[in-house]
Design a protein around this ligand. Structure first.
Ligand SMILES: [Zn+2]
Length: 273
């Protein structure tokens, strides 16, 4: 009897743990609200390093795309989110931050295979000036060492019609830590560079590290962007209350398909993240 009670208790504990990790109880956000997914790298993990969450292995991305495809998700660009265009239910927008080379070598063939498209938030100065440090004491060698896209690769990406470009500043600046004049230059200068170099009209922006203050949203609007994405987890309905604060769904390289599907349903995987 005691043993049975103990077993029941352990079992309940397990259910509680599972329910906190995977929020099956969270209501599904209305499917008319587009899901905006945030990716960084698409490559195998580097054992013993800090940022494997940012590395979604290609096999994992393929499973995710197949999962979305099987459920009739409709792939859209971020520019469509902030346009007046009506979008069908189950719209999903893939976004890739920073400009890692594997977005072209590993992700693009999968986008092609599954008829998907994506928005690339590109740091314009990807060599030398690149900063992946959120705080001054952070070492940023790990992300700095990852190969970045060349201009030629980006030209090819744009040519496929599967990729659109969005701004992510010139140097991956922490906007809250620099003067307003420098922030304006980072935001507006990046748009000018992207639009001129790649002959596009970039429509949306992603705040580096997800760090920004209201005045930065105003700078983004003044630069000619129509909207911006954050790193806040969530799903919002269109038309957006504030198109310069669109939340995204984090896709983690260390999570399986169950976590992914929970995030697509409710914006978060579990109770807290
Ligand atoms: Zn970034």
């Amino acid at each position: 009897m005691i043993a049975e009670g103990l077993g029941f208790g352990i079992c309940l504990g397990g259910v509680g743990y599972f329910s906190a990790q995977y929020a099956w109880w969270r209501p599904v956000v209305d499917w008319s609200a587009p899901r905006v997914l945030m990716y960084h790298m698409v490559r195998s993990h580097r054992p013993g390093t800090r940022f494997n969450k940012l590395r979604v292995p290609p096999e994992q991305l393929e499973k995710q795309l197949a999962w979305l495809k099987a459920r009739n998700f409709h792939f859209v660009f971020a520019s469509q989110l902030v346009s007046d265009e009506p979008l069908p239910e189950r719209s999903v927008c893939l976004t890739f931050d920073d400009g890692f080379e594997d977005n072209w070598t590993n992700a693009d063939p999968l986008l092609e295979k599954y008829g998907a498209c994506a928005t690339l938030y590109l740091v314009t100065q990807r060599d030398g000036g690149w900063s992946s440090k959120k705080k001054a004491h952070h070492k940023d060698d790990e992300l700095q060492a990852e190969p970045k896209l060349t201009d030629e690769q980006i030209h090819n990406m744009v040519k496929t019609g599967r990729w659109e470009l969005g701004g992510h500043t010139i140097t991956h600046a922490n906007l809250a830590k620099i003067e307003d004049q420098a922030a304006t230059h980072e935001i507006a200068g990046a748009k000018k560079e992207l639009d001129t170099e790649f002959q596009v009209n970039s429509q949306t922006f992603a705040y580096p590290f997800g760090i920004y203050e209201p005045r930065h949203s105003q700078m983004v609007a003044a630069a000619g962007y129509r909207g911006a994405v954050t790193t806040e987890s969530g799903i919002e309905k269109r038309p957006y209350g504030d198109p310069f604060q669109i939340p995204r769904i984090k896709v983690s390289g260390t999570e399986g398909l169950l976590g992914f599907s929970m995030r697509i349903r409710g914006g978060k995987r579990g109770l807290f993240k």
